[in-house]
Structure formats: C-alpha cells, structure tokens
Design a protein around this ligand. Structure first.
Ligand code: ADP
Length: 502
C-alpha cells in the first residue's frame, strides 16, 4: 500500500490530500461551499453540502493520485480533520440534518453564555472541560437547536436524533449511517466533555439540557473506528484517524514531546503546546484541550494548552480591502520593509474584540502613536508586528502556565510564508521560529494519525524524522529591547480595551 487519504473539512472549503509514505503530498483537490449568514452574528453551513463537497474532492484526489476503482487498494486508510465546534443535529432514520449546521463563528448563544457566567458556572466548566464559557463551543449551539427546531427536544429524548461535530457527520456519511462517533480532541471542544473521566459529563449535560441519547461514542484519535461504505470509493477503506484541525496541525508538526508548540498563521492565529499526559489548568486564560488520543491498548492521551488570536492574516486583509494600501497580501512584506521601524506606531487589531489573553469582546481596533512622519509603510509594519506581538502574548501565557521552557516555535499557515513576519516573531519571543517544508500540516496530521493506526508508519519516531525544516529564524533582538517592546505593546492594547462598551 502506497498512500493515505486525508480529508480536511475546513470552514470555507472541503479539501482532500493524498500523502505517500515519506509524508509527501501526491494529490490535492479542493471545493468551496456556501457560507450562510441569516442574521448579523449568525453563521451557518448546509451539512449536506459539506458532505457532498467532501465526497467529491475525495474522489477527485483519488483519481489524480491514479487510483480508480481497481487500485483503491493502494490506500491504507482515511484520516479526517475538521473545522472544530461546528454543530450538526440530524435524524438517525433518514440521515437528514434537522437544521443548518451552526458554525463555530456563530454568536447567537452569546447571551446564554453571559447567563451561564452570571449564574456562576465558569469555574465548574473550566475545571471539567478546560474551556472558558463562550458561544464558540458546541454545547450552547446544541442546546439552541434542541430548543428552537420544532419538535427537536421531544425527538431527541425519544432517541431519534444524533448530534455531532463535523468529524461525526463525516463518519456517519462515510459509513452509511452505521457509525456515530467522535474523537476525544473534537469532544473536548463541546463544553460537555470531562477531560479527566474522558466521557460526557452528566452534570454538564443536565446544565445544558442535552439528552445523552443524541451524543456520539468517543473514540481514540488514532485507531481504526470503521470501514467506509464500499460504494463510495469502489472498495471499503479503514477510517483510522480523526482530530480537530488545530490538534491535527500540532500532530502534523510532530510536536510529540511536552513543551513542543506550533502556531498557525491563517485568518487568526492558533497556538497549541503539548503539555503531556495530564491536563494543565490555565491560570492565564488559555484553553485546556485534548491534543489527541493514541491507538486503543496504548491509549495515552496528549493534552495541549491553546491560545487564540482572532485577527492575524485578517489584519493583512484589512490593509488590502479596508485601507487599500496593498493589492495582495504578500505585498505587505516589501511595504513594511521600506522602513526600519514603525516610529513607535502600534496597531491593535481588536476589530472583533480580543482573544487570548485579554478576552475582551468590547475592545476595538486602535492605531496609536502617529505623527506627521507616519506613512503607509509604518502602518503596514505595525500590522505585521501586531500579528507577532499578539502571538508573543499567547506564548508568554503558555510559558507561565506550563512552567516548561519553550525552546522553539514551529509555524505554519498562509502568513507563515512572510519572512519578515517570522523574523519579528523570533525577535519578540526570544526563541527560534522554525518553518517546515510541508506546511499542509493539518491534513498531514490526520494522515499520520490514520497511518500510525494501520501500521503504514511504525511509530512517532519515524514521523519525527520526516519533519524537515525549510527555514529557521533566530532571534536578533537583545533581551532588554524585547522586554521594552512587549511592554510598549501592552500600553497600546490597554488603550483598545472596552471601547465598544459605551
Ligand atoms: P485560513 O486557513 O484561515 O483561510 P490561510 O492559512 O490560507 O488561512 O492563510 C491566509 C491568510 O494569510 C489571509 O488572512 C492572508 O491575508 C494572510 N497572508 C497570506 N499571505 C501572506 C503574506 N505573505 N504575508 C502576510 N499575510 C499573508
């Protein structure tokens, strides 16, 4: 057998990538699907479209890897990775969703979350799930569907409905409705899953009024959980790996040892650090999450701490679309390089509030320190610095929580191609930043999880050996300058806070 098929179901597109034994990309197919915005703050997907695009790209990728119906036997397994937290509720008998999927970005349950906080449940929820109470997670989205889709609650209580995040929905469809399962990394984003018992938590189910009968079975992230229907790809394939996108990227970056961390620079930034076999409760407003769970038998769970920055690459999009001082995202690098520094200008990109560590939904975008000498190059440079400085704040919170010195940061995502940004990142962290050759780390992680479960790859050591650096950025800033820069940035952040409250 030569290949693994990775299904990468993202927020805006479904992708399928074929990897070979060396972890090289052999074929890729991608299709976008509709984003549905029924009201301000609401974001939905049609789950049927998610499945149809995902099936179509899988077939396309198989075909371009040379696998028609005859030699699908070249494929050892399927690995799944997915946009996290997005919530689907469907009819077990027909397989039809009872409503559109509620996407992770959807804020419709923000008031319910305010209420849960006001009722004093934050400490309980953090202790059990590792999460802060937020509309981001699946729990209140599922409660909303049960309360608002006519008849849903009664039908759920009769055992007629199934809930799942996108991983569960794909497995259900891949198995023709035979298997209703989720992996521990996805389960840990629902606000219903107890990190210590590794099971759905009855107290939280009661709090959010979710009947146990709707929930999927929790399975390891690496392990054969089912075979796909033979009609889908011409022959059945073992489904052997499953993890949420950020956890899969951490695995694809081979962050197997405690203290290893990766940061993905996409629309936002998501930094995850492996903290080992016990969950670390954050004192600095990070999330505690399951990284992945190994194959049954040696079912070690790796936990991670996670920090989220909402505006990263999206800040560059704003320079392009809002300010129109660049025409394409990569131009930001040469524009910013026209000046040696920002001239003490700071851009705090709190356009959608601030995530880790400030969690201020009322903060707004702020540009401070401008003088008559300030030009577009200074602003472009301040925008790139803001991406790196926000990530530096997350990194500092991680270091304080984990008490493990972080030796380097592995990076991926679209904006990690920007060399100036990566150098700034190394400078502001004071540790090296390392970019791998394969930056498709999310799909690669899903492939690795599936390949390890089926013996396609032997062990984590073999995978670690495949990880190759493309470029390493060494910190060049002195420690005193670094500390001063971070302190000045925090002054700018303070000025952005609470703006939209009045
Ligand atoms: P996502 O998966 O969140 O859609 P990607 O990993 O595809 O994101 O990265 C795209 C983001 O990276 C966009 O927000 C874009 O503005 C930004 N980006 C792309 N290239 C560069 C670059 N050279 N410098 C800075 N930002 C970039």
């Amino acid at each position: 057998m030569k290949y693994i098929l990775a299904l990468d179901q993202g927020t805006t597109s479904s992708r399928a990538i074929v990897f070979d034994r060396e972890g090289r990309l052999v074929a890729v197919a991608q299709r976008e699907f509709r984003q549905i915005f029924p009201q301000p703050g609401w974001v939905e997907h049609d789950a049927r479209e998610i499945w149809s695009t995902q099936h179509a790209v899988a077939l396309e990728a198989l075909k371009s890897a040379g696998a028609d119906r005859a030699n699908v036997a070249d494929f050892a397994a399927i690995g799944i990775t997915n946009q996290r937290e997005t919530t689907v509720l469907w009819d077990r008998a027909t397989g039809h969703p009872v409503a559109n999927a509620i996407v992770w970005q959807d804020r419709r349950t923000a008031q319910r979350c305010d209420q849960l906080r006001a009722q004093g449940h934050a400490a309980l929820i953090q202790r059990k799930t590792g999460l802060v109470i937020d509309a981001y997670f699946s729990g209140t989205k599922l409660e909303w569907l049960l309360d608002n889709v006519p008849g849903a609650r009664e039908r759920a209580e009769r055992g007629e409905l199934a809930f799942g995040t996108i991983d569960s929905w794909l497995v259900w469809n891949l198995t023709g409705g035979r298997v209703h399962a989720t992996d521990a990394s996805n389960a840990s984003r629902t606000m219903l899953f107890n990190l210590r018992t590794q099971d759905w938590d009855d107290e939280l189910l009661a709090l959010l009024r979710v009947p146990r009968s709707v929930l999927p079975k929790v399975v390891p992230s690496s392990g054969v959980l089912a075979e796909s229907e033979s009609s889908l790809f011409g022959a059945p394939l073992p489904i052997a790996g499953m993890a949420g996108d950020q956890q899969a990227a951490t695995f694809g970056q081979a962050c197997f040892a405690p203290g290893m961390a990766k940061n993905t620079y996409g629309t936002g930034c998501f930094m995850l650090m492996n903290t080992g076999a016990t969950p670390v409760q954050s004192r600095n407003r990070l999330l505690t999450t399951v990284g992945w769970q190994g194959p049954a038998g040696k079912d070690r769970t790796a936990y991670c701490l996670e920090g989220s920055v909402f505006m990263a690459g999206a800040t560059v999009q704003w320079l392009r679309d809002g300010l129109q001082i660049i025409q394409a995202a990569p131009e930001v690098e040469s524009l910013a390089a026209q000046v040696d520094d920002t001239g003490d200008v700071y851009l705090v990109p709190a356009f959608a509030g601030l995530g880790t560590p400030d969690w201020d939904g009322y903060a707004r975008g702020t540009l401070v320190g401008m003088t008559r000498g300030t030009g577009r190059a200074h602003i472009a440079r301040a925008a790139l610095e803001a991406v790196a400085l926000q990530s530096a704040d997350v990194f500092a919170a991680m270091t304080r929580d984990a008490r493990i010195p972080l030796k380097e940061l592995r990076v991926d995502g679209g904006a990690s191609r920007n060399n100036l940004l990566m150098q700034m990142q190394a400078d502001f962290l004071g540790v090296p930043v390392v970019r791998p050759q394969v930056t498709e780390t999310t799909a690669l992680g899903a492939a690795y999880l599936a390949g390890l479960a089926t013996g396609f790859w032997r062990d984590a050591g073999e995978i670690s050996a495949q990880w190759q650096a493309d470029r390493r950025f060494e910190p060049r800033l002195g420690e005193a300058e670094r500390v001063a820069k971070l302190a000045r940035w925090r002054e700018a952040v303070e000025r952005s806070k609470g703006w939209a409250r009045s």
